[in-house]
Ligand binder design. Sequence first.
Ligand code: GLU
Length: 552
Amino acid sequence: MDYKALAQKLFPTIDKAPDFWEEKYPQRNLKEGARVTRFAPSPTGFLHFGNLFTCLVSYKTAKSTDGVFYVRVEDTDQKRKVDGAIEVMLKGLSVYGIVPDEGVVGENEEIGDYAPYYQSERKEIYQTFAKSLVEQGLAYPCFMTPEELDEIRAQQESESIKGIWGKWAKHRDLSFDEICKKLESGEAWTLRLKSPGDIEKKCYFDDMIKGKIEMPENVQDVVILKSDGIPTYHFAHAIDDHLMRTTHVVRGDEWISSAPIHLQLFRVLGFKPPKYAHVAPIMKEENGGKRKLSKRKDPEAAVTYYAEEGFPSESVNEYMLTLANSNFEDWRRMNQTESVEKFPFNLKKMSVSGALFDMVKLTDVSKNVICKMNARKVFELSYEWAKEYCPDLAALYEKDTERATAILNIDRENKKPRKDIAKWSDIPDYISYMYDETFVPCYELTGNATPALAVKVLEKYKDTVNLDDDKDTWFGRIKDMCESVGCTPNVKEYKQNPDAFDGHVGDVSTIIRVALTGRTNTPDLYSITALLGKEAVAVRLNNALTHFKEEI
Ligand code: GLU
């Protein structure tokens, strides 16, 4: 067979040889050990939390070695293409601090020496390598129709090795004349790899996450170019990752079963294979079992969910690192104020079987992140969020932004800040009693506080409270009131002799707290009182008094 003539017949417009591209895209000049990784999304517009996670792992792999992280858009399947998808994805990534060094950096905007980074613009490159494979007798045109392929699929139902190989590879050995005849009669063809695989042999590789892997060698004559001349994922990624000089392919572990095909393609193409790191999917617990986090069932599978709920990106980032590296939490404990950028990320510390998504944990992580923020930052980030997702909160803030910041500063910016807020959408409820517009009175008491005691306490307190007091004076007054309402300022004393009192200073405070906020548990009552202001304090104390009077 004259393979050269065949190649020319199949690819008459391709006048370049692989060397042309090898020279055009030379080895990168990076320091020893620097890793080149990429994120290679299909432009569907939906960013799954699992994709973001894999992307973060890829990004960290490059960044922790002073390497390069680039974005390549895998848009060979034009049917799946969604307009504006790239912008949405890149924005999704940048929120989490993932900004590519190279590649697609905006809708139709690329930077870097290895362009184009859209697969749809690389047809000539793929075809050059395809032509070269045909020239070497390593690939061949296959004219089987979809019906024939369906039939084979049906026949292979019980076979352990499926696909086009062995006796099913009907067009593997067509003669040059037979091929010419089919081409002349206009039969559609795909280009298949002439797999050199041996069914008896195994292929081995060392996955950076999963460890040593052994699988049967690929024997399938996989399609490398579809009938429209567009490459399959298998072929395109091999060429791209080679020519873009990717050192580490970090991708979802759904690709692991295709790794033997990929390794074979690299070998046949004469490329050094990259290192693979297959990331296990994020799992979710359900009915005692585990399943993949699902786009259909779980709102938190969409990356947009976190922005909508108002989880700060810092929290999500930090949470992803707890999922990614088992030692992250220990590191965080030892380095409480350090930026996550400093964390020595390690692929070897990734979970092999899939980390479990846990909302309670995310909430916890986020509370810790937010409690360390100063009030100005909390205000600014939550205001940004509110403008987009909660106009009512934005409107409250806008009445007096300084007061809003002061409210958010209660029990913050100290050694042991409170951890009430996990996400910005917690704030409307958290501060509702600080605004008359949103305050909902609730007169439920706890402990020894009864309506009768409440009447006594409020009668006294409304005439005692003085908003000019400092905190000690303010609390001193509350303590001083205790005796006159039958309580003791000393909780210990109460415990020793409960029958001698109607309650203690804690009960007195509860009554005041309930009257002012409608809650039994709030941050510092002194600060709340000061920020509510004279008028609101007077009105609320009087309303509560009226209520309790009616209740007894
Ligand atoms: N476009 C492929 C996907 O979205 C990329 C896989 C890879 O990272 O190689 O699944």
